[in-house]
Design a protein around this ligand. Structure first.
Ligand SMILES: C[S@@+](CC[C@H](N)C(=O)[O-])C[C@H]1O[C@@H](n2cnc3c(N)ncnc32)[C@H](O)[C@@H]1O
Length: 393
């Protein structure tokens, strides 16, 4: 398996690492494409008609889940998918453990372009510390040695195997897609200060510094190990980003600081009360005329019941307990509750910028939003990203 990781902190892979990663990648593709297809067929042809005979209307994701839960195909799909998820972390941890000391030397950069500011008074929220989020051992924050960065290194390698390369080179496609969306959609908007909330290792933060080279880019997260690794990674790539350990629900920035506040795949890992708190903070720290944007899972009200059932699987089986609650929200209302005007609400589905290229991307942006089975879904056939946001007046 060829790695899409191009920076200096890439783990040198031996033949065994490559074989293991290739196996897990192939297993995930098999589960997400072939087994999920078979499960859908079985649902339509057999499970649904049988459930309807028993009075289950099968018209909501919960009803569909109930109908399928005891079926062998769903059990096989779920257990294979869970095993594959655990194996993603197993196989990459092997190589990170082996190369730990080499990585440690590289993960201690002298700040050249950006910076790293840690704050050990930041409390790790229970939504991070009480569960191994999406079955990642140690979640985002666990530290086993001084100045530990291993959860960051594991994450960087894991998302590549997890996404079977679909996040693009250095897993930066969501960041490239959104930053270029903003550049192309709002050509007169020239952000000077940009904030990423819940940045993890900054793989989707760095594209903002590349797309808007004049801007100062800051990235916050509660977890020190991912920030240490993210900072070293950014420095190794020569991209200036200021990483700070900070809780996005109680930011230490002054009012009206940023031109853009964005997050990527962050909200669905927060309890609802923290989503509200973060969005209020985002509103506060945005300048008037500033832009808020969240790249996220598509809302349930835009998707058919079966796709909602399929997307919400993680809520029950992948240690993502807040997933379903988030998707059930009216996203416009989340923003108006935080202070944004209802008429300012925007949402968009976007093809993957680094895969389709600038011209096809521009063309897609001039059309209607497309909500289909590829929207927000990790599928070997492709993915269409979804996001929503608003201007602060
Ligand atoms: C799913 S990851 C985000 C992934 C990343 N932004 C991306 O583009 O793929 C969620 C991140 O949010 C962080 N996090 C969770 N709660 C937080 C909070 N209240 N404030 C700041 N970061 C938080 C976690 O430590 C984790 O790194």
């Amino acid at each position: 398996m060829n790695s899409n990781i191009t920076h200096d902190l890439a783990v040198p892979l031996n033949q065994e690492d490559k074989a293991k990663r290739a196996f897990v990648t192939a297993l995930r593709v098999h589960v997400l494409q072939h087994m999920s297809g078979s499960m859908k067929n079985r649902y339509e042809d057999y499970v649904k008609p049988e459930a309807q005979k028993r009075g289950n209307t099968c018209d909501t994701p919960e009803h569909i889940h109930k109908a399928l839960k005891s079926d062998f195909m769903f059990k096989a799909y779920s257990s294979a998918r869970t095993c594959a998820q655990e194996m993603v972390f197993d196989v990459v941890s092997d190589s990170v453990d082996r190369e730990f000391e080499t990585l440690r030397a590289k993960a201690k950069p002298v700040a050249k372009k950006g910076s790293l500011t840690l704050d050990d008074s930041v409390e790790i929220p229970k939504s991070v510390s009480e569960i191994d989020v999406h079955l990642a051992p140690g979640s985002y924050h666990a530290e086993y040695t001084e100045e530990d960065f291993a959860t960051g290194a594991v994450y960087d390698n894991a998302i590549e195997v997890f996404s079977f390369g679909q996040f693009g080179k250095d897993s930066n496609d969501i960041g490239m897609t959104l930053s270029n969306y903003v550049r192309l959609k709002f050509p007169d908007f020239k952000p000077a200060k940009i904030l990423d909330a819940g940045c993890t290792i900054g793989h989707n933060t760095l594209p903002w510094a590349q797309t808007f080279p004049e801007a100062e880019v800051t990235a916050i997260d509660v977890a020190a190990p991912v920030l240490r690794y993210g900072h070293a990674r950014a420095e190794s790539m020569g991209v200036p980003v200021h990483f700070r350990q900070m809780d996005a629900t109680a930011m230490k920035f002054e009012d009206n600081t940023f031109d853009v506040v964005f997050s990527s795949m962050f909200l669905h890992e927060l309890p609802l009360k923290d989503i509200h708190a973060y969005l209020k903070e985002a509103y506060r720290v945005l300048k008037p005329g500033g832009l808020l944007w969240q790249m996220e899972l598509p809302p349930m009200n835009q998707m058919p019941a079966y796709d909602n059932f399929y997307l919400n699987w993680d809520t029950y089986y992948n240690n993502e307990p807040f997933y379903g609650t988030f998707r059930r929200q009216d996203y416009r209302k989340l923003l108006t509750d935080a202070g944004f005007g209802a008429e300012e609400f925007m949402e968009a589905t976007m093809p993957r910028y680094t895969f389709v290229g600038e011209e096809a991307y521009k063309e897609a942006l001039s059309g209607e939003n497309t909500f289909d089975t590829l929207t927000g879904r990790m599928d070997p056939k492709g993915t269409r990203w979804y996001g929503f946001g608003a201007w602060k007046k």
